[in-house]
Design a protein around this ligand. Structure first.
Ligand SMILES: C/C=C/C(=O)SCCNC(=O)CCNC(=O)[C@H](O)C(C)(C)COP(=O)(O)OP(=O)(O)OC[C@H]1O[C@@H](n2cnc3c(N)ncnc32)[C@H](O)[C@@H]1OP(=O)(O)O
Length: 260
């Protein structure tokens, strides 16, 4: 997946996608969004990848938002198309069969915070900062921030962040549940790779089903979501992974899951 704005690497069954526009703090323009879409489409079809880490190039920024220089000249139609493109890319991440971990190495603002919230969970460097400053620019978030943020941190905290445009620290992000863990910058990728590696050692079909249950169930009423969970649980018993996983436990050995 050759691309000028992204760096794509693999470490075993873990893919690492780095947004690579450090001169503009990894701001997202249309070219980056299209490359992200293509890269994640490739990962979705790659059974050799069990987990994904998304991060930003350089020491300063994860992604400091959508590209203001590109957006400044937009009219209504272009803005709508740009918003729908970003939403399509972030939906692809959220719907990816593999878990996606955001390793937030610096500023995660606007579209950058939206990218992080489209991932399944977030690990942050101590110096990371989060925010949705769009109202400071006279617009609102356009890549899903008004919808994913309240689902993660609650409507009241999302309202405060969306209406003030304030930037918050990694510790505050941890406190409100926006990130799972805060580590020193130099330990961030090691931590993200360790978690991704543990995920990669589990039954890939089961991990993918757990992600689907989490995602789809959160948009259903409880009874329908429980029925959906029961179907996915039952479906697990049609896989070789379930046979291997339970046999390995009973034989007191490590399971050897094959990417079916
Ligand atoms: C649908 C989604 C919508 C959105 O995401 S709207 C955008 C939301 N994001 C923002 O509003 C954040 C904008 N950036 C900033 O506020 C600041 O940056 C920071 C606080 C993140 C860092 O400030 P400092 O340390 O002073 O760096 P610096 O000189 O402002 O930035 C270095 C270079 O990076 C460019 N840059 C930063 N963010 C963006 C961006 N979002 N779009 C385009 N360029 C950006 C700057 O312009 C500059 O460039 P040069 O060195 O050529 O002057």
């Amino acid at each position: 997946m050759d691309s000028q704005n992204l760096i794509y690497e693999t470490a075993g069954a873990v893919a690492i996608v780095t947004v690579n526009r450090p001169k503009v703090l990894n701001a997202l323009n249309r070219a980056v969004l299209l490359e992200l879409d293509q890269t994640f489409a490739g990962i979705a079809a790659n059974r050799g990848i069990a987990a994904v880490i998304v991060t930003g190039a350089g020491e300063k920024s994860f992604v400091a938002g959508a590209d203001i220089a590109e957006m400044s000249g937009f009219g209504v139609a272009e803005a709508r198309e740009f918003s729908r493109l970003g939403q399509q890319v972030f939906n692809r991440i959220e719907e990816l069969p593999q878990p996606v971990i955001a390793a937030v190495n610096g500023f995660a603002l606007g579209g950058g915070c939206e990218l992080a919230t489209a991932c399944d969970f977030r690990i942050a460097a101590t110096k990371a900062r989060f925010g949705q400053p769009e109202v400071s620019l006279g617009v609102i978030p356009g890549f899903g921030g008004t919808q994913r943020l309240p689902r993660l941190v609650g409507r009241g905290m999302a309202a405060q962040l969306l209406f003030t445009g304030d930037m918050i620290s990694s510790e505050e992000a941890l406190r409100i549940g926006l990130v799972n863990k805060v580590v020193p910058a130099e330990a961030l990728m090691e931590e993200a790779k360790a978690i991704a590696g543990r995920i990669a050692g589990r039954g890939p079909l089961a991990v993918s089903a757990a992600k689907a249950a989490l995602r789809e169930g959160s948009n259903m009423d409880l009874n329908r979501a429980l029925a959906y969970e029961a179907e996915l649980f039952a479906g697990g018993f049609s896989t070789a992974d379930q046979k291997e996983g339970m046999a390995a436990f009973l034989q007191k050995r490590q399971a050897d899951f094959k990417a079916e």
